[in-house]
Design a protein around this ligand. Sequence first.
Ligand SMILES: Cc1cc2nc3c(=O)[nH]c(=O)nc-3n(C[C@H](O)[C@H](O)[C@H](O)COP(=O)(O)OP(=O)(O)OC[C@H]3O[C@@H](n4cnc5c(N)ncnc54)[C@H](O)[C@@H]3O)c2cc1C
Length: 426
Amino acid sequence: MARIVVIGGSLGGLLAANVLHRQGHEVCVLEKVRGSMDGRGAGIVTHDALFSALGQAGLQVDETLGVQVRQRVALDAQGRTEVCIDMPQVLTSWSRLYDLLHQLLPPSLYVQGVTVQKIEQQSNAAVVHGLGPQGPQTWSAELVVASDGIRSVVRQQYAPLVQPCYAGYVAWRGVCDEAVLSDRTLQTVFETFGFGLPLGEQLIGYPVAGPGNDVRVGHRAYNFVWYRPAPAPVLARLLTDADGVSHQGGISPNKVDWRQVADMRQAARTLLAPQFAEMIEKTAQPFLQPIYDLSSERVAFGRVALMGDASFVARPHIGMGVTKAAQDAVALADAIEQHGATPQALQAYEERRVPECEAAVARARWLGAYMQSQAQSASAQASSRSAHEVVSETAIDMDRYGHQSSFPGAAAVRLRPKQPGQSLSP
Ligand SMILES: Cc1cc2nc3c(=O)[nH]c(=O)nc-3n(C[C@H](O)[C@H](O)[C@H](O)COP(=O)(O)OP(=O)(O)OC[C@H]3O[C@@H](n4cnc5c(N)ncnc54)[C@H](O)[C@@H]3O)c2cc1C
């Protein structure tokens, strides 16, 4: 069995490490963050492929992984139901998945406080150079799996020209406790996968486990993601804290300028259903993330492979970031089982995953593009998708719900021509 170093100990790295460890390999995860990683991320939409990968990682999970919803609803700005569709789905959270995967891996295999700086390849091994608590250190392995996220230092070493491309809008995010919400909000939207569709914008939300991963009624929370256009100068302001310090690489939740939060809450009261505005009002610390596309032509470089957000980032409309990382982990393990811990295995992994990930990125761009065309022409007429289509095609399990007809494929990503007289409602 081989020695494999995994760089990055978030969900992608943990999925790969657990699947490979279970295959009998000697794995070592290097994670730069010291101490607790809890409190990162928010809600995660699940798909059948994620459940299957969790099984391969050694976790027997069912719908208790999160909160199950039965319906999707879209609310108009007055809070009335515009669309309602039966569409069961399990919604979980980053911290629930992280806890399960972290506990599964023997603690000695998960090393925190190490920032990887570069990799050196030799004929029969790769050497990882990192900076740990004791200073510079090296780790030698037959294979290195880089799951170090969208700003991957490993991708920058092997494919420096591949850079994230800003999509032109941000996601305001937050999680609001169920216990503080009004009866109207609880009864009309809390139990559903909810949508708000102002012109050129989109809000989605769904219930998730509350603090301590509590899924009891009354103890859960509602996770929301509100996509809003932000041209470059607006983005620069959003990423600047109240002291005037710029955080262009990403602003942490506690640094977001309170004036930006106040403006966003004011916009919510004007543009969104009162139920969503209430959630946003009652969320203690809304935070924001710019939305990016990222596509790599190659993900295998000798004995080094990229996976997860380090290789491809699909806009979150597809709700597949974690599932995509899980599929990478499974594909890597399959290739290593077939070809051994060799560069040939990573080549086989690349051939399988690049087309699949390109398709995910393309579909996610397509799911977001209608908002941008609305924003540009400031007219619902620019949209080629009805509210019903948006609700039924966002963050779905393609294996379960299909909808291939509205998405011609990665090679032909385009919006359907608008039908005369088509309105925003179904
Ligand atoms: C608004 C929004 C909503 C989303 N919603 C969903 C959803 O519903 N469903 C879903 O599946 N996905 C969703 N995603 C995407 C999902 O969060 C990511 O795809 C997923 O977390 C990627 O995991 P990763 O492990 O590849 O990368 P990351 O989570 O970015 O982890 C990278 C890790 O590497 C570590 N690291 C970085 N550099 C180094 C270094 N030099 N040395 C050592 N360690 C390093 C970091 O500290 C980090 O822990 C969403 C994303 C956004 C922005």
